[in-house]
Design a protein around this ligand. Structure first.
Ligand SMILES: C[S@@+](CC[C@H](N)C(=O)[O-])C[C@H]1O[C@@H](n2cnc3c(N)ncnc32)[C@H](O)[C@@H]1O
Length: 310
């Protein structure tokens, strides 16, 4: 069975899922937050276009795009497709399109009971509402929400074969920190083959050493500035490490990504999404405790690596 869930005790799983559910509830049922969420999808697409123009001298509408790990809510990929972009993608987990019985049975068979339960809750509580907002926004941009299921592949990206030199752009958001090292090198090598000579990769993992790098819901980037009672401490995963996320992490530092990516690509740019995220939580005591980790690492979060075939 393929799945992206981690093997952690049931109690920890339930606590993490509850915290994530609370965040999702706030961001879906607050109109301003929902709009911001959908905005972020179009901001990403706009950003991809800017990098393509800068380094490939090509528009995203004239490019072939591939997303690694489109996620259980594949809105970025669906938005690209709906806007007329020649975009495709792959994910380990099966997406739910229409909530038919056949889809739920298939998901259960492929991804197991935990994924089924999570997806059922997510679909009826959040997805339908988010999708409606996305449809509205696409209409305003002269696009039409389009569910081209044949473009959303299911499987492990490192096991995939794509025609050589067929892609202009490979994007990936919040995925590379979940890929085990043995698959990582295979995937990077394949990516260099899939890209056309001037093609680029825009790979944005959540770096492990940052305050959000442990993937505990209490320290998700949207939660770092919020004030509420937490069980875990800032940079908990690098210090006491008492709690565990419900997902596999390869624990790569920013320097590790640099080392790996530069074996296969030229790194054209590196950009941190939330500069100095967590600075309010950095005390003298924590600084001392984490003295062996450079500041650049501690204040990394979603770092965009702009990669070109060397
Ligand atoms: C945290 S989610 C991010 C989803 C999406 N990119 C987003 O920004 O919302 C990580 C996703 O990566 C997928 N994933 C992890 N390893 C993968 C692999 N080797 N091949 C394809 N997908 C993978 C998981 O199934 C999961 O849906």
């Amino acid at each position: 069975m393929r799945t992206s869930e981690a093997k952690i005790p049931l109690f920890e799983k339930i606590r993490e899922l509850y915290s994530i559910g609370k965040i999702k509830f706030k961001s879906t049922y607050n109109k301003d937050k929902l709009i911001l969420n959908i905005d972020s999808i179009f901001n990403d697409i706009n950003e991809y276009n800017q990098y393509l123009l800068k380094y490939c001298k090509k528009n995203i509408y004239d490019s072939k795009v591939f997303e690694i790990g489109y996620g259980p809510r594949p809105y970025r990929l669906l938005a690209m497709i709906s806007l007329g972009i020649d975009a495709y993608g792959i994910d380990l987990d099966i997406p739910i399109y229409n909530g038919t019985i056949q889809e739920w049975i298939k998901l259960y068979k492929e991804n197991g009971f935990e994924r089924l339960l999570k997806s059922l809750i997510r679909y009826y509580l959040f997805d339908l509402k988010e999708r409606k907002e996305l449809e509205k926004r696409l209409k305003a941009k002269n696009g039409k929400f389009s569910l081209k299921k044949e473009r959303l592949w299911v499987g492990d990206a490192s096991k995939l074969d794509i025609t050589e030199s067929s892609l202009d752009l490979i994007v990936s958001e919040d995925v590379f920190e979940h890929i085990p090292m043995e698959s990582m090198e295979i995937l990077l090598k394949k990516m260099t083959l899939w890209l056309r000579p001037r093609g680029i990769g825009l790979i944005r993992p959540m770096v492990y050493t940052g305050i959000a790098g442990g993937h505990l819901a209490e320290w998700f980037p949207t939660n770092v500035l919020a004030h509420f009672k937490r069980k875990s401490q800032p940079w908990e995963h690098l210090r006491k490490n008492r709690f565990h996320p419900n997902t596999y992490l390869n624990k790569l530092w920013r320097k590790d990504y640099r080392g790996l990516f530069s074996k296969y690509f030229t790194i054209l740019e590196e950009k941190v999404k939330y500069p100095l995220l967590g600075k309010e939580w950095m005390t003298e005591e924590i600084k001392k405790e984490l003295a062996m980790i450079p500041e650049e690492e501690l204040f990394s979060n979603n770092v965009l690596f702009v990669l070109q075939k060397s």
